[in-house]
Design a protein around this ligand. Structure first.
Ligand SMILES: NC(=O)c1ccc[n+]([C@@H]2O[C@H](COP(=O)([O-])OP(=O)(O)OC[C@H]3O[C@@H](n4cnc5c(N)ncnc54)[C@H](OP(=O)(O)O)[C@@H]3O)[C@@H](O)[C@H]2O)c1
Length: 316
């Protein structure tokens, strides 16, 4: 009766799948939330076989589509009386993509998947989270946001509908960093908003983690596929990152922690900035560190804009 339930988006591969195994092995009911049910059946079986758990459920969810999110959340609320842990693990990052892509809601695909999808889903599941005695939300960040240590870097959330107002070529790497910085800002803002409901909202910084071959095959560019294959040789296994997801979402240590960015070693990271006028080595040093992230995330004007745009795009 006291079963704890976790939803992990994009858990048909990589870190998400490893996390599904980790939570299932600990007796959690795990909801594998994936966009392609047929393709995800293999991962579903794999999680069940690896853990001997009978409590692993597969549900369809396309995080880039608001309709799919609404259907998922309605279905979830009909079947489950509460939600203990929500992990926004799914993300879009197609290395080498040069074409501007739109989501089913006509929103730039990186922002639709990585920012607005998790935002909408969180609000639609808030009442289920409130039924838990220890509700926790985890969003997934990336070292890419460290580029915001560069004082010249700015988050661009204006060109969301393909208008290409500034005429610049589409840069999926920048979009990914911008969408994940926006998600981090929303994470901290939601942590504040949800304090009254005792819902904890944190983010985890993911370093270089080994990717499955099936994920590498999705890359648009052969060149980046090659780079990622080499990077894989030096990467941590997904199980290592899954351990951190589990620790943040299940351990007593993080029971009362909210509004933090946490690294792979379970350490709360600190906001900092490069002294004005200093680039080069100080910037490089910050890029290499595991315990700091850019103070840009506190930029009140940008936070207000990200919040307002997220609400407008999702009709919340
Ligand atoms: N691996 C790294 O080095 C690294 C570094 C920094 C951050 N991260 C972050 O870690 C998280 C997990 O990444 P990973 O390395 O485990 O990569 P992965 O194996 O490629 O996992 C990404 C998952 O997201 C799912 N996904 C993408 N778009 C979706 C959508 N619209 N709806 C539902 N699911 C969707 C994918 O499903 P499909 O199979 O259907 O595509 C896949 O299951 C991501 O948030 C990523 O940004 C990873």
């Amino acid at each position: 009766m006291n079963e704890r339930i976790v939803i992990i988006t994009g858990s048909n591969s990589g870190i998400g799948k490893a996390a599904a195994k980790r939570f299932a092995a600990e007796g959690y009911r795990v909801i594998i939330a994936c966009r392609d049910i047929e393709r995800s059946k293999k991962a579903h079986r794999e999680v069940i076989e690896a853990t001997n758990s009978k409590n692993v459920d597969l549900m369809q969810l396309d995080v880039a589509s608001f309709e799919s999110i609404r259907n998922f959340c309605t279905g979830y609320r009909e079947h489950y009386s509460k939600l203990d842990v929500l992990i926004h693990n799914a993300a879009y990052f197609n290395h080498g993509e040069k074409e501007y892509q739109l989501s089913p809601d006509n929103i730039e695909i990186t922002f639709a998947t990585n920012t607005f999808g998790p935002f909408l889903m969180t609000y639609l599941l808030k009442d289920s989270l409130k039924q838990s005695d220890d509700p926790r939300i985890l969003t997934v960040s990336t070292t890419n946001i460290k580029h915001f240590f560069d004082p010249k870097r700015e988050l661009d959330i204006d060109d969301l509908h393909g208008d290409n107002k500034d005429g610049k070529p589409y840069n999926v790497y920048k979009r990914y960093g911008d969408s994940k910085m926006a998600l981090l800002m929303l994470t901290f803002k939601m942590a504040e908003e949800f304090k009254g409901d005792a819902i904890k909202v944190n983010a985890v910084m993911v370093p270089n983690i080994r990717q499955e071959r099936s994920s590498l095959r999705k890359f648009k560019s052969k060149f980046y596929r090659y780079i990622a294959t080499v990077q894989n040789l030096f990467a941590w296994p997904p199980e290592r990152m899954a351990e951190t997801y589990f620790h943040i979402c299940a351990s007593d240590v993080f029971r009362n922690v909210t509004g933090k960015l946490i690294n792979i070693n379970n350490k709360i990271m600190q906001r900092t900035e490069i002294p004005p006028g200093k680039g080069g080595i100080p910037l490089l040093k910050e890029l290499m560190r595991f315990d700091t992230y850019p103070r840009y995330v506190e930029n009140k004007e940008i936070i207000a804009k990200v919040w307002q745009v997220s609400r407008a795009e999702t009709n919340l």
